[in-house]
Design a protein around this ligand. Structure first.
Ligand SMILES: [Zn+2]
Length: 691
């Protein structure tokens, strides 16, 4: 469920943007991929010879499980993979259609098409060689002192992907969002970045494997600098790796990325000179466009201080070589083949274990969809998520929120004062469905056919200007943090908002023209699952406006945990292998949210019927379709090794057991013939509710 989704405005450099995502983190933002369910309970996918009370997962999915095989190049296959494949094909055809037609100049279709065509023009890119880097290389060459170096680092301070990155693409990364305790102002959030290897441990680990990796990295830096035409690349590469190693020593450990309290460090502008001497901060912030900014949130103070210290003492030349190497890496997607091949040889083959680089058209699709995210998003929704779809999903969300509110009212573990705060938070929660009400205006971004490098650079500058402008604007809780053509969801704990992309709200997950019972049982459960996270132990540290402030009282917490322990015990008993059982505690957080999602979505479904009885479709009642769609969301085939790995390390239980959540829901016992003695049967007092 928590697959990283990349939605950078620029083609992601695969080395330096590994979002750390853990279901147990309480970072202010969570990415959630494909957390919805299969739409339209499909009878052909079921196995009606299985007793639903004995094995509901196989009753719902037996036909599909028997029919489908794991593709040769994977370890698993599931609904999420199906959706990803479908979306990928849709986005590809939209972009290639825009590229093929003669689009009127200035339209988003022209920009999308020309970005793609330029990126695909490998012959043109080859002809240009390294020349496009000329002016930036000259700027670096001209750096003569610390002030000029500081200004250059400030000039490249650029937006990073989100609040999850442990190692930004630049020395110090930038993200504009409200403050941790200040919901009235957007602030620049600064965090550590600029390492070429994925994490600081790659530099500090003294094991033979790590030492070997560093040697290979240094060889890569050498090769890149050689390709860029620099004399004595070996010496330069040694300096680059040495500088990065010293930077890494001051970096916060990756595990800190999960702890938002460690990131909540408000620095005034004058603090930088005192707490982080070395950098010429005046020159830095001036060229970063932040000269007038007085407040900052510094996520890892040790890194900012450490990087700043490295401006003293060391030689300017090592910094210049460092900047040259990273400049080439930053633009590698739009540089000649030899540079790309060298990049892949290290980041693709050695670091990621890939055999072959992705097809150029695939890279071009991703680059276009990243650089012109909301332009591609507009084309995407025009084709696949019309306003009727949005209206239908929004109506479902209204039912879900009303149902969740009623659930909170009836909770026995939550104290009256906490309930009041929960109601306030629920009322303030923004739920973005499908696509933003106002799209990004790309009219000032010039995309020129035949200028791949310039297009990328102008797109970056465009976003940078847009981000800096936000510092003078009020916080906008409904600003979309993701591209809608990416199947997934984002929880923004701060501000208090959640987003579900158009790409995830499509079949097999949601069908606005399809069966409503299945929609509630699939996408409805997924949305309610995520909403519950804003109110559970992940969300209890953020108030109605996304400020850090715990709103549960201790008694709530201990009563909640008591209830939840019963669910953990239920999952402890599930054993996919005779020598391996589920660890109920590890998967508890997600199972609790599944249970909340299922209970709330069922209430919402009943509410949507407004007292009427749902139609029978294909011999199935609405109640049956609701629960079947839920069980079908969890279908997955995977190798034994992959399943063992999931049980041992994932915070999500195998789908089969998540599907068994139904045994805690009274309505399931009415929808299907389930009786005492059936394997999944639970006595009413043994059913866990929590929410
Ligand atoms: Zn979850």
């Amino acid at each position: 469920m928590l697959t990283p989704v990349t939605y950078m405005p620029t083609p992601s450099r695969n080395s330096a943007s590994f979002p750390i995502i853990s279901s147990l983190t309480r970072t202010l933002l969570r990415l959630v991929a494909a957390d919805s369910t299969l739409q339209s309970a499909n009878k052909g996918d079921s196995d009606l010879s299985v007793k639903p009370g004995d094995d509901f997962y196989r009753y719902a999915n037996g036909g599909w499980l028997a029919r489908v095989a794991i593709p040769a190049d994977r370890h698993m296959y599931d609904t999420r993979a199906i959706l990803a494949e479908r979306t990928k094909a849709q986005v590809r055809s939209l972009i290639q259609d825009a590229a093929a037609a003669n689009q009127p100049n200035g339209t988003i279709a022209q920009k999308v098409g020309d970005y793609y065509v330029s990126f695909m023009d490998e012959a043109g890119i080859e002809t240009m060689g390294m020349a496009p880097l000329g002016d930036e290389m000259a700027t670096i060459a001209a750096i003569g002192d610390k002030t000029a170096l500081s200004a250059d680092l400030g000039r490249t301070l650029n937006r990073e992907v989100d609040g999850l990155t442990v190692n930004g693409d630049h020395v110090i990364g930038l993200w504009i969002n409200q403050g941790f305790e200040d919901a009235d102002h957007n602030l620049p959030h600064l965090w550590q970045g600029g390492l070429g290897l994925p994490s600081r441990d790659n530099y500090l680990d003294e094991s033979p494997k790590a030492v070997e990796l560093r040697a290979k990295y240094q060889a890569h830096v050498t090769a890149v600098l050689k390709l860029a035409g620099f004399a004595d690349p070996e010496t330069r590469a040694g300096r680059v790796v040495s500088l990065e190693t010293r930077m890494a020593r001051s970096f916060a450990p990756d595990s800190d990325a999960a702890d938002v309290f460690k990131q909540n460090n408000l620095w005034k502008r004058y603090d930088f000179g005192v707490k982080a001497p070395g950098m010429d901060w005046e020159a830095y912030f001036k060229s970063a466009g932040l000269a007038k900014q007085s407040d900052f949130v510094v996520w890892q103070p040790s890194a900012v201080s450490g990087i700043s210290t490295l401006m003293e003492g060391g030689s300017i030349e090592e910094w210049k070589d460092y900047l040259r190497f990273h400049l080439v890496e930053h633009y590698v997607g739009v540089l000649p083949k030899a540079v790309k091949a060298e990049h892949f040889a290290f980041y693709g083959k050695i670091l990621a274990g890939q055999e072959q680089p992705p097809d150029r058209s695939e890279t071009a699709i991703d680059a276009t969809s990243g650089a012109l995210g909301e332009a591609v998003g507009q084309l995407y929704t025009q084709s696949y998520f019309p306003p009727e779809a949005k209206a239908k999903a929004q109506a479902m969300v209204r039912d879900l929120v009303a149902a969740f509110q009623a659930r909170i009212s009836n909770l026995s573990w939550m104290s009256p004062q906490t309930k009041e705060r929960a109601f306030k938070k629920l009322a303030a929660l923004e739920v973005g469905i499908g696509y933003p009400d106002t799209w990004t205006d790309y009219s000032t971004l010039e995309i020129v056919r035949g200028d791949a490098f310039g297009n990328m650079r102008r797109a970056e500058a465009f976003y940078r200007q847009r981000d800096l402008a936000k510092l003078n604007q009020p916080v906008d809780p409904i600003e979309w943090p993701m591209n809608t053509q990416v199947p997934g969801a984002v929880i923004m704990f701060s501000p208090n908002a959640e987003f579900f992309s158009a790409a995830i709200l499509q079949p097999p997950f949601f069908d606005y023209q399809g069966d409503s019972a299945s929609n509630y049982g699939s996408a409805g459960v997924g949305i309610a699952h995520e909403i519950s996270h804003s109110f559970d132990e992940l969300g209890d540290i953020y108030d109605a406006r996304g400020r850090l402030s715990s709103w549960w009282i201790n008694e709530d917490r201990s009563r909640f945990r008591q209830e939840a322990a019963r669910l953990a015990a239920q999952f402890d008993k599930y054993c996919p292998f005779s020598d391996l059982c589920v660890n109920g505690k590890r998967v508890l957080n997600e199972n609790t949210a599944d249970l909340a999602g299922l209970l709330v979505a069922h209430d919402a479904y009943v509410r949507s019927l407004q007292g009427k009885t749902d139609v029978v479709l294909g011999g199935l009642t609405g109640e049956q379709r609701f629960f079947l769609a839920f069980a079908q969301r969890w279908r997955r085939i995977q190798s034994e090794a992959a399943l063992r790995k999931q049980v041992l390390s994932d915070t999500h239980a195998p789908g089969e057991y998540r599907s068994d959540t139904v045994r805690n829901v009274d309505a399931w016992y009415k929808a299907f013939p389930v009786a005492p003695g059936d394997k999944l049967y639970l006595k009413p007092e043994d059913r866990v509710r929590i929410w």
